[in-house]
Design a protein around this ligand. Structure first.
Ligand SMILES: Cc1cc2nc3c(=O)[nH]c(=O)nc-3n(C[C@H](O)[C@H](O)[C@H](O)COP(=O)(O)OP(=O)(O)OC[C@H]3O[C@@H](n4cnc5c(N)ncnc54)[C@H](O)[C@@H]3O)c2cc1C
Length: 422
């Protein structure tokens, strides 16, 4: 790092810079997309600095699902064993309570893969594992507590970032800056990329229910159902059920006004087998409100900067695929950008190629999510129906093995499979 100095930014204001360092690539955001991109680039000899604004990886909920495609990607870089050593549970597909009995719309066991399941791993542990692996490589540096606040621009080209940490403002100058900083992306905003919102009409309440000795085991490690205008999902996390209760956007205060009993009643109305479990819910502090968003940026790149993952396309939690897509963006970006980064010059066309390859799968899954939200979730939430009704022809179609693989492939891999180029 160079000695402290005064630097002026593109707006002409002078800042005291505590340090300046250089990297080939500066990745902003240590979520799944940023952490994997940094690891993949460092494996190939690119000098990478990864900046994460939090001081640890243990922060608000963002999903703990590791899909078959991500497991295959980790396998291809020798990390499948390590990820399976982390505390985990496995889910092969949810069993929904319907008017015609239990129904499993997605069964990952039909996939032809070493990993026909979603591995549920605390995201904190996954991110620690990825960054620990990267830290073994000479060109990698992780800076925690580094909150990026500015882009360094020169002649219309982004040359790096400035970030704030406990000991002042620092600079990382880099050939390429990648914004992998999530749905409220600062890099997206600083670069002037405007997301087009497709905000779903729902939010999720997120809480734990205990595993009881007499629990009916949900086939596939997950259950779901609807009732009295709400949708409930439960994921087996070993020692407890992780539950999500879908509500109409804006209806949280109304529900809270009924007291925690209102939530307990709503859960039992969906699945009376949970009457004992809900006794553990005694206070709203046990319940987290997760705001559901969805959007996509028409532009992901300009000279010197690229955005990936939720920064480029905020994913709704339908299907739980957001992590998967951020990881796939990272793989495609690493495949396309390693060579130009090693050569010290990344043409805009290469950055645009990342968007070109990833935009179609993203548009496709967001279209499917929107359809599900509109036709299923909104219909369910607005109705007072007691149980989900699945049309007979959907059940019939899903008895054909070829057709049964379609939803499993979409959830497991997305529209296309991506592979790490070694
Ligand atoms: C309610 C809800 C439930 C979800 N459930 C699931 C699920 O079960 N499975 C699933 O696959 N997806 C789920 N998702 C979507 C998933 O959370 C995202 O798609 C995924 O985390 C995107 O990964 P990412 O790496 O792009 O960004 P993120 O995981 O959001 O990571 C971005 C990182 O950037 C850091 N950062 C932000 N700003 C700055 C800054 N200025 N400087 C430095 N660092 C910064 C953040 O601290 C964060 O660590 C859910 C989303 C919601 C809203």
């Amino acid at each position: 790092m160079a000695a402290p100095q005064l630097a002026s930014d593109s707006s002409g204001s002078a800042n005291r810079i505590a340090s300046t360092s250089r990297a080939d690539c500066c990745v902003v955001g240590g979520g799944p997309g940023g952490a994997l991109l940094a690891l993949l680039l460092a494996r190939r000899g690119v000098r990478v600095t990864l900046l994460e604004m939090h001081k640890d990886f243990d922060r608000e909920f963002r999903g703990d699902t590791v899909h078959p495609s991500t497991l295959e990607i980790l396998d291809s870089i020798g990390l499948a064993g390590r990820v399976h050593e982390l505390r985990h549970s496995k889910i092969s597909g949810p069993t929904l309570l319907t008017t015609q009995g239990p129904f499993t719309p997605v069964d990952l066991r039909v996939l032809n893969t070493k990993f026909p399941y979603i591995l549920m791993v605390p995201q904190k542990n996954l991110l620690e594992m990825l960054t620990q692996e990267a830290a073994k490589l000479p060109g990698f540096e992780l800076r925690m507590g580094a909150n990026v606040t500015e882009l360094i621009e020169d002649g219309g080209i982004v040359r790096g970032v400035r970030y704030q940490s406990d000991d002042g403002v620092h600079e990382v100058r880099a050939t390429l800056t990648v914004g992998a900083d999530g749905r409220f992306s600062r890099i997206r905003q600083l670069a002037g990329f405007k997301p087009v919102s497709t905000s779903p009409p729902m939010d999720v309440l997120w809480f734990r229910l205990p595993h009881l000795p007499e629990d009916p085991v949900a086939q596939g490690g997950a259950f779901g159902g609807i009732g009295l205008g709400h949708l409930l999902i439960g994921l087996d996390r070993g020692e407890h059920w992780q539950a999500g209760y879908v509500i109409l956007k804006g209806s949280y205060q109304e529900l809270r006004a009924q007291g925690i009993e209102g939530l307990r009643r709503g859960i039992i109305a969906i699945d009376s087998r949970l009457a004992k479990h809900v006794e553990s819910l005694t206070d709203w502090r046990q319940v987290m409100l997760l705001s559901v968003e969805s959007s996509r940026c028409p532009r992901w790149a300009k000279p010197g900067v690229l955005i990936i993952g939720d920064a480029a396309h905020v994913m709704s939690p339908i299907g739980g695929v957001g992590i998967n897509y951020a990881i796939q963006d990272a793989v495609v970006a690493a495949n396309l950008l390693t060579r130009p980064l090693l050569e010290g010059h990344v043409p805009l066309a290469d950055l645009q190629e990342v968007q070109r390859q990833r935009e179609r799968p993203v548009r496709f899954i967001q279209f499917i999510q929107t359809q599900i939200q509109k036709r299923l979730v909104t219909a369910v939430l607005n109705s007072q129906r007691q149980l989900l009704e699945v049309p007979w022809y959907v059940r019939k179609l899903l008895t054909f093995p070829g057709i049964r693989k379609i939803p499993a492939r979409l959830i497991g891999y997305g529209l296309t499979r991506v592979h790490v180029e070694n």
